[in-house]
Design a protein around this ligand. Structure first.
Ligand SMILES: Cc1cc2nc3c(=O)[nH]c(=O)nc-3n(C[C@H](O)[C@H](O)[C@H](O)COP(=O)(O)OP(=O)(O)OC[C@H]3O[C@@H](n4cnc5c(N)ncnc54)[C@H](O)[C@@H]3O)c2cc1C
Ligand SMILES: NC(=O)c1ccc[n+]([C@@H]2O[C@H](COP(=O)([O-])OP(=O)(O)OC[C@H]3O[C@@H](n4cnc5c(N)ncnc54)[C@H](OP(=O)(O)O)[C@@H]3O)[C@@H](O)[C@H]2O)c1
Length: 471
């Protein structure tokens, strides 16, 4: 039997996940010149992964990639199957019986942990929970963040930490015209948080903020930024790192920090304070978070390989709210090898295991780093590997999505791309009424309700009442 990819035996690929990794892989497959059918399976009824649920609401331009994803979805060789979780509703083995290849682009949805006692004390949260909550992710919709205290701490110095700091410190009126979830807006409007401390275990030259995102913190209305000039005195190895031509982002960040350290203090309603060379070593409080203990570090190692070593010097920081923003790890799926230390599906250039058929793209392939665009080249490389394996795949024709519907049965409602468009239209309509670009539906039940009703009657429904309600 000839390799799949012809009109009489289309190459059927199941893509698990509908974030950038999944959509860029679908695009590469559809452009391959072969006859391909892509079935994209997504656990939520809505597509786009972290583009919808991660990218900050006040950064709408960064979501414009969804126009490209929309184009991909218009292909008659593409099918979106939302509201189906691989590993729960359908097994990997079943997918392998319905498709020639399975490509995982399921992201990295869990957090790394600090490994400290009291990490889950009330008041201590992950950035993931907070980001998911303000972006209307159904999993985090009902989380509660007590913002009645004045001081918040963010552990980690990457772009996610910056997003969290900015959302906490931006004047709430500047958020009202974004697609931030209504329930979050309500809580942020009443927030008493006025001081946010960003804690990094290494120095300012190692912080992984991108220069533009860092500078933006200094431009927030009513918010001052503080950095101690002592922390900006760099040792010889850090200076060597900054001399490297490829390290221009860190050079720009240093310029930004130096500018802030010499600014005279202005009266401001809110304040963001950077702390470097500090690791949290204890989280304390009787029934809820009251303070964290920090240990001062020094850096040891070669350029670009410097790690934080404790000096034994400790200090305390009183706080009411803490967000751990120290990176992500993937969620294992039964039937797929998992590297627990790195939190990824172990792979060789996207190929999982030794026999062809299972592939990975995006964060589950390489770990939680890189911006949206990084996932395009990454997914293209995986698809090239898949196409190179074509003659080694089991060539027997597969039934694809039709067989999936049979396996899932009538009790697992699947959401199509047309259904998503209906949800999209409703969100745009609700948004327009509220003076926002979009008002997201934040409950899976509301999404499925809307899909069901629109399929039957195509009549608009009134779900506005459930938006913003905390029940
Ligand atoms: C808070 C945050 C903000 C960010 N902001 C920006 C930004 O402003 N600009 C930028 O360029 N980059 C940003 N990034 C990075 C960017 O979002 C990622 O590079 C990108 O989303 C990774 O794509 P992915 O497809 O690997 O994963 P994801 O986008 O996470 O997509 C994974 C998808 O798989 C689905 N899924 C998971 N498990 C299953 C399963 N078992 N069955 C079916 N479906 C499943 C998930 O629901 C999700 O839709 C941000 C990241 C974070 C965490
Ligand atoms: N606007 C945007 O473009 C945007 C917005 C959000 C996210 N993103 C992207 O999404 C990716 C993920 O972002 P991220 O902020 O989660 O990751 P990140 O850039 O990897 O930052 C993680 C931070 O956590 C620290 N850390 C890790 N383990 C720690 C520990 N045990 N104790 C203390 N600190 C620890 C790291 O310090 P060390 O350096 O010492 O390890 C680092 O400061 C990045 O590529 C980012 O650029 C982009």
């Amino acid at each position: 039997m000839s390799a799949p990819g012809s009109a009489d035996n289309p190459l059927r690929v199941a893509i698990v996940g509908s974030g950038p990794g999944g959509f860029y892989a679908a695009e590469a497959l559809l452009k391959s010149g072969l006859t391909v059918q892509v079935d994209m399976i997504e656990r939520l009824p809505v597509p786009f992964g972290l583009v919808r649920f991660g990218v900050a609401p006040d950064h709408p331009k960064l979501k414009q990639c969804t126009a490209v994803f929309d184009q991909v979805a218009q292909s008659s060789h593409f099918r979106f199957i939302g509201n189906v979780t691989v590993g729960r509703d359908i097994s990997v083995e079943q997918l392998q019986s319905t498709h020639h290849a399975v490509l995982f682009a399921c992201g990295a949805e869990l957090d790394r942990r600090l490994g400290l006692a009291n990490e889950d004390l009330p008041g201590s949260h992950t950035a993931t929970e907070f980001v998911g909550w303000y972006n209307g992710h159904p999993d985090y919709r009902d989380r509660q963040f007590d913002m009645s205290g004045e001081t918040a701490v963010i552990v980690g110095q990457g772009n996610v930490a910056i997003d969290v700091a900015r959302i906490l410190c931006k004047p709430v009126d500047d958020l009202r015209t974004t697609d931030i979830a209504a329930h979050a807006l309500e809580v942020l409007a009443a927030s008493r948080v006025r001081e946010v401390h960003l804690i990094g275990r290494r120095g300012p030259a190692q912080a992984s903020f991108t220069a533009k995102e860092l500078r933006e913190l200094g431009e927030l209305n009513g918010c001052e930024v503080r950095v101690s000039s002592d922390d900006l005195q760099l040792g010889p190895v850090c200076l060597q790192e900054l001399e490297n031509k490829g390290n221009f982002n860190a050079v720009k960040n240093m310029e930004t920090f130096r500018g802030w350290s010499t600014r005279s203090a202005q009266p401001a309603a809110k304040r963001i304070c950077f702390h470097f060379f500090q690791s949290p070593v204890a989280i304390a409080g009787t029934s809820r978070l009251e303070r964290i203990e920090l240990e001062r570090n020094t850096l040891t190692g070669l350029p670009f390989g410097q790690s934080a070593q404790s000096t034994g010097l400790t200090s305390e920081l009183a706080c009411n709210l803490m967000f751990r923003s120290i990176g992500y790890r993937g969620v294992p799926i039964p039937g797929v090898p998992f590297d627990a230390a790195r939190g990824i599906f172990p792979n060789m250039a996207g190929r999982i295991g030794t026999s062809p058929g299972l592939y990975a793209a995006g964060w589950i392939k390489r770990g939680p780093s890189g911006i949206i665009g990084t996932n395009r080249a990454d997914a293209v490389a995986t698809v090239q590997g898949l196409l190179a394996d074509l003659t080694e795949l089991d060539a027997r024709p597969r039934a694809g999505a039709d067989a999936l519907s049979e396996i899932l049965g009538p009790h697992r409602p699947m959401v199509s791309y047309a259904d998503w468009r209906r949800i999209d239209q409703e969100e745009l309509r609700l948004g327009a009424a509220a003076g926002k670009p979009r008002e997201k539906l934040t409950r899976v039940s509301d999404m499925l309700d809307l899909v069901k009703r629109s399929r039957h009657s195509m009549q608009p429904i009134n779900i506005a009442q459930s938006i913003g309600s905390s029940s």
